[in-house]
Design a protein around this ligand. Structure first.
Ligand SMILES: [Zn+2]
Length: 130
């Protein structure tokens, strides 16, 4: 007996970071026009991007896509935070390389670490002085 080989439903190919970004923007209320300017692509490209996302995750509409993406854990429905320690650690939680973030997370993390070192040094000096 052979197992059925037909694969209906979602494609096994993962949603790309670019597609995920578009979906996140859509999920947080951005119009296609706003998504287009945010991603630096045309509105027509946004439409194609959405079609591709729907096909990949097996969605029939945008709300359906957002729901499925949330259920699959690839979208938490919240806008992503960037540019500080929280944004940096959020990347880590999503399994991304935070140092590759183009939205200021590496800089924010460096500032945070420098500040933390400075604070610790100050505390040490205060403890020694006491
Ligand atoms: Zn970031």
């Amino acid at each position: 007996m052979t197992a059925p080989t037909s694969r209906r439903g979602p494609s096994s190919r993962p949603v790309t970071p670019h597609q995920l970004k578009a979906l996140q923007l859509a999920a947080t209320g951005h119009t296609h026009q706003q998504i287009a300017s945010e991603l630096g692509i045309s509105e027509k490209s946004v439409g194609k991007l959405m079609t591709e996302i729907f096909r990949k995750i097996g969605a029939k509409s945008m709300p359906h896509a957002v729901l499925l993406a949330c259920q699959a854990g690839i979208l938490d429905g919240r806008p992503q935070r960037h540019g500080d320690h929280a944004g940096f650690t959020a990347h880590v939680r999503r399994g991304e390389d935070p140092w590759a973030c183009p939205h200021g997370c590496p800089e924010g993390e460096r500032t945070y670490r420098t500040e933390r070192r400075r604070t610790r040094r100050t505390t040490d000096q205060q403890e020694r002085a006491a």
